[in-house]
Design a protein around this ligand. Structure first.
Ligand SMILES: [Cu+2]
Length: 516
């Protein structure tokens, strides 16, 4: 629609060019045509949004579980195409380096960059690089950006491998049976191999048992808003998989002696830092699984589509490249909202499911209570209690909890250096510990775009590192807490795996409510 629109204005049909003086009736007719085109731009986008992702007419490709025998041919095609991509120059949008850098890249590559000569700081970035939205205000784009990112990557693989029905397999680590890196990614002669991973995993070990909880999204079906689901999935299992594959180990300190070729230094594995993550081939089947978990929720009873207006309120660059000639494709936020639900693939186990999800909107959140905590987390089993003073808003909500009301707990954590641990938050109630979700710090030392833009020289970068940074986590209490009996005390427990004592401080807690 957009392309034809531009064409229309840049290259108007001859009848318009030649007839400068048009009779009024014709002017009206042209105006009518223009209006209906504009109207359809909106209406069609709306229609696409409502269209099921699993519509039999549009599905052409099946994404398969990496562990299923049917996925083998696709994994071989992926191997072949990545081999080709690795041989392309880094300024070609279809090259391995270019695609990896589109996700993110290091702030600085101190010792020169043989993989892409001339690219040594983030200021050297090319079009579409360093685009993954993970935190803060922009996080709403987390699932949506990655969906379109791996979808365009899938098209590149299909083209370069020559396998016409190629679809990107997904690695389902939420299933304990398939919680090891798929074999083809561990074959050291394969282009899918990456040495800078946690060593045991590259030898075929299963990801450790004590990560069971964090590898499952916390009660995924209970989430009823896209933004909460998006945040929760980002925290877990998305982040722990990055950290574990990249060298994080719950019972030892982080492994930091691996040769990270993207940073050109000995440090953590590629997946541990989101700046180098997409340069490890495992990233792509990991994010295919993240997309699978999202789509499974979209098809569930509680699934909800992102609200186009909230996407538009957080504009983000969606820049990708055509698989045929490498030309740049830029999506508007309207196009993103429609595109994410009119794709051409389905997951093998979701083939016959239909989507009922609609964009579910919620009222502006009301703050029920805000309590300062200001406590360093000094042990790996850390209990703390919050007394929330009674307030008219809180009283109103606790006396008549409305059925369509969500209760959100917002936890602000601060740190000076990137925290290593993975934290699981529990609500203690009636002698029971109810799991709420996770606090993870993937990429936490990374400076926001603003800080990067404001930076005058490299010296300032160290100073930014010493400043206290914060990250806000949200948890859905709606199914876990009966506010009609709430007496003002909230008791929490934080379980830390890995990491160090006092690496984070819980700064404050906010209770919010919003209506569906
Ligand atoms: Cu990412």
């Amino acid at each position: 629609m957009r392309a034809s629109f531009y064409k229309f204005f840049n290259n108007p049909p001859n009848m318009i060019k030649n007839k400068i003086f048009m009779p009024p009736i014709k002017i009206i007719r042209y105006l009518l045509i223009c209006c209906s085109v504009l109207y359809c731009t909106n209406l069609c986008a709306q229609e696409l949004t409502n269209k099921t992702h699993a519509n039999a007419d549009t599905i052409l490709y099946i994404r398969r579980n990496t562990a299923s025998p049917e996925a083998f041919a696709d994994l071989k095609a992926l191997e072949k195409a990545i081999g080709i991509m690795k041989s392309l120059p880094c300024d070609s949008p279809l090259s391995w380096y270019y695609q990896g850098a589109m996700h993110s890249m290091p702030d600085t590559i101190l010792n020169g960059n043989p993989l892409c000569p001339g690219i040594v700081t983030i200021r050297d970035k090319l079009a579409g690089w360093h685009s993954c939205p993970h935190y803060g205000e922009d996080e709403i784009n987390f699932l949506t950006w990655h969906r379109l990112f791996i979808w365009h990557f899938e098209k590149i693989i299909r083209k370069l491998s020559g396998k016409k029905d190629f679809a990107l397999p997904y690695w389902d680590y939420t299933n304990p049976e398939t919680r090891m890196i798929p074999a083809i990614f561990r074959d050291s002669s394969s282009p899918l191999f990456e040495p800078a991973r946690q060593e045991g995993l590259n030898r075929g070990k299963t990801i450790k048992h004590d990560l069971n909880n964090s590898l499952l999204t916390t009660n995924p079906d209970s989430m009823r808003l896209y933004q909460l689901f998006n945040h929760s999935l980002n925290q877990s299992p998305h982040s722990p998989i990055h950290l574990v594959v990249g060298g994080w180990n719950s019972d030892s300190t982080l492994i930091k002696n691996m040769w990270n070729k993207i940073y050109q230094k000995n440090t953590t594995g590629l997946m541990w830092e989101f700046q180098s993550a997409a340069f490890d081939p495992i990233f792509w089947v990991h994010h295919s699984n993240v997309d699978y978990l999202w789509h499974r929720w979209e098809l569930s009873a509680n699934g909800a589509l992102p609200i186009p207006d909230s996407l538009k309120a957080h504009p983000w660059p969606y820049i990708f490249f055509d698989e045929n000639d490498g030309h740049k494709i830029v999506y508007s936020m309207e196009e993103v909202a429609s595109k994410i639900n009119s794709l051409d693939y389905v997951y093998d186990v979701l083939i016959n499911k239909t989507m009922h999800a609609k964009a579910r909107s919620a009222s502006r959140p009301v703050i029920l209570a805000e309590a300062p905590v200001s406590k360093m987390v000094t042990s790996n089993n850390f209990a703390f209690a919050i007394r929330i003073p009674a307030s008219p808003v809180l009283m109103a909500n606790r006396i008549t909890p409305k059925r369509k009301q969500l209760f959100i707990l917002e936890v602000t954590a601060t740190y000076k250096q990137q925290p290593i641990g993975i934290y699981e938050l529990y609500l203690e109630k009636g002698g029971k510990s109810l799991p709420l979700g996770f606090l993870t710090f993937l990429g936490a030392h990374h400076h926001g775009k603003k800080a990067m833009d404001q930076m005058q020289d490299m010296k300032n970068m160290d100073r930014i590192d010493e400043e206290e940074e914060e990250r806000i986590f949200q948890f859905d209490l709606s199914q876990k807490f009966d506010f009609s009996t709430f007496n003002g005390n909230l008791n929490f427990r934080l379980l830390r795996q890995g990491g160090r004592s006092s690496e984070i401080k819980i700064k404050k807690i906010i209770l919010k409510s919003l209506k569906l």
